[in-house]
Design a protein around this ligand. Structure first.
Ligand SMILES: [Zn+2]
Length: 79
């Protein structure tokens, strides 16, 4: 269980990979750190907006215009 995720990842309202609302059967729970280490999120978990995503050799960042930027290096997903 990842603690203290930023709202854009941890709000749990929208699936960060599909943008589907989590009360929909196709929706899912919070992403795990391992998941986030392998695959950057695409949608904001708080508002469902498509985020700007930039993948780097050492990680990624994703930005929601409303909820701000999340950087994978802040999440402790690797090592
Ligand atoms: Zn958002």
């Amino acid at each position: 269980m990842v603690r203290d995720l930023p709202a854009a990842l941890g709000a749990g309202i929208y699936n960060v990979y599909t943008g589907v609302q989590s009360d929909d059967p196709a929706g899912a729970a919070l992403p795990t750190a391992a998941q986030l280490g392998l695959e950057p999120p695409r949608f904001c978990a708080a508002c469902g907006r498509r985020m700007m995503v930039q993948v780097r050799p050492d990680g990624w960042w994703a930005k929601c215009s409303r909820h701000g930027l999340v950087d994978s290096t802040d999440l402790d997903t690797r090592r």
